[in-house]
Design a protein around this ligand. Structure first.
Ligand code: EPZ
Length: 425
């Protein structure tokens, strides 16, 4: 196993390129199950999760070739198999994205039931509710979701749940509905840019989806889909992570190849805590003069502040002036990083789904353990300003979602290296 060794770093400065969005490319790869024609996906990031999804696609009869420029070419070989096995699904929950496409195209799907994860329960009841509304028969057997349908039929449905809309649930039902007979209307659909990107990909294949990016999706089913070449949108969470890294060190960092319109709530927070933020069509620059100020953050479905940046911004607030309050409205238990940040001398108290962060001037480097992808990124950010050395262990989590994070940070002046970790189990 490997670890990242982070030293207190000078103010980061420079330009960092942002990769394609992980959470867009994963459902888009799954969507290629819906067509018999080849597709090309440009701008796919080189990530562990993408590699896992490629393996899963191959077990389902879709060959995925990775070209030198990083783009992925998919080609259907066989539609015989329709099982997403436990071994793959347990390593990546996003595997559930194949459920809707398999059901719609092959009439059957057997997908291992995803369990909880490091930040609590992650139910899929809304996925199943939407697919049942389209006429699927669904049973849970031996740890698998077993779904069947002759031909799905369009239906009107509401997909909101106790924590708002569901991103992957919307993706699953939308992918199933594009091949259903008649019209489907999804109310309470997720508005995340990654869902919009998926809808644009599907429409390029010949699907008829309207209302993309809004909570009301109207989908007119078609009989078959073709092929296309599609470039995935930039990763807004990766961009926000590098902006936070620049901000915490008091630096001057520009993220390039981003869509600033997808980061409005995040840029507002950066301004509130005292940063100067400027932007162009595809870049955002963040500079800091004085000390960071406190603020309150509430995570919400898009366009609200993303839960996937909550941990990284908590690391920022840990060294800001005054008291900040961070409330998690998507995953009330997504606070595993709190205890690790405390090992670095951060002063954070958790009260239910809220963390109260008392800013301190000095963090202290420590060995810390990454519990999930974004928590790992938060520990790296904290390590950049902590006195001494921070060792972030179990970094396979970080490789699931960040492409060459240590190289990108080093190019900005960070002192960070990847090392083998002989102590790891
Ligand atoms: C997606 O997960 C992302 N993953 C997550 O990113 C992200 O944190 C999350 O959306 C929220 O933005 C991918 O896109 C692959 P949800 P997803 O269904 O789709 C509840 C990262 O770090 N819910 O939108 O699984 C659920 O418990 C990852 O890159 C139900 O109640 O999340 C949660 O409270 C981690 N029933 C809320 O809805 C359901 O059937 C939102 O979950 C489904 C969800």
């Amino acid at each position: 196993m490997e670890k990242l060794v982070v030293e207190k770093s000078p103010p980061l400065s420079g330009v960092v390129p942002v990769s394609g969005a992980k959470n867009a490319v994963l459902p888009i790869l799954a969507a290629t199950l819906l067509t018999e024609e080849p597709c090309v996906i440009e701008g796919a990031p080189r990530l562990r999760d993408v590699a896992t999804m490629i393996r899963l696609m191959e077990t389902l009869g879709v060959m995925v070739e990775q070209r030198a420029d990083g783009s992925l070419e998919t080609r259907l070989l066989s539609e015989e198999r329709s099982t997403a096995a436990y071994e793959l699904v347990k390593t990546m929950r996003a595997s559930i994205n194949v459920l809707g496409p398999l059901l719609a195209k092959r009439g059957r799907a057997r997908v291992s039931f995803p369990g909880g994860c490091a930040f609590g329960p992650r139910p899929i009841d809304l996925h199943l509710k939407g697919l049942r509304a389209l006429g699927a028969e669904i049973d849970i057997r031996e740890g698998y979701i077993v779904a069947r349908a002759e031909r799905l039929r369009g239906a009107a449905m509401y997909l909101g749940g106790p924590f708002g809309s569901t991103v992957t649930g919307t993706a699953n039902v939308m992918m199933a509905a594009v091949l259903a007979e008649g019209r489907t209307v999804i109310e309470g659909a997720a508005c995340e840019p990654e869902i919009r990107d998926l809808a644009e990909f599907l429409n390029a294949l010949g699907a008829r989806i309207r209302g993309m990016g809004t909570p009301r999706l109207t989908i007119d089913g078609v009989d078959r889909l073709g092929g296309t070449t599609h470039r995935v949108i930039p990763d807004r969470i990766e961009a926000g992570t590098y902006l936070a890294a620049g901000a915490v060190t008091g630096g001057d960092v520009t993220v390039k190849g981003v869509a600033p319109g997808t980061l409005r709530s995040v840029l507002d927070v950066l301004r509130e805590i005292g940063l100067s933020v400027t932007e162009g069509e595809d870049w955002i620059r963040v500079r800091r003069a004085g000390r960071l100020r406190n603020t309150d953050i509430v995570t919400l479905p898009y366009p609200g502040f993303p839960t996937d940046l909550q941990a990284q911004f908590m690391a920022l607030l840990a060294v800001a002036e005054g008291v900040s309050v961070v409330t998690e409205k998507i995953y009330p238990d997504r606070f595993m990083h709190v205890a690790e940040l405390a090992r670095m001398r951060a002063r954070i108290r958790k009260e239910g789904a809220t963390a109260i962060v008392v800013g301190t001037r000095r963090l202290s480097g420590a060995p810390v353990m990454a519990s999930d992808l974004r928590a790992s990124a938060a520990l790296v950010i904290a390590g950049l300003v902590a006195e001494g050395t921070t060792e972030v262990k179990r970094i396979y989590h970080i490789d699931r979602g960040y492409e060459r994070i240590e190289e990108k940070l080093t190019a900005l002046g960070a002192r960070i290296v990847r090392r083998e970790d002989p102590e790891a189990p």
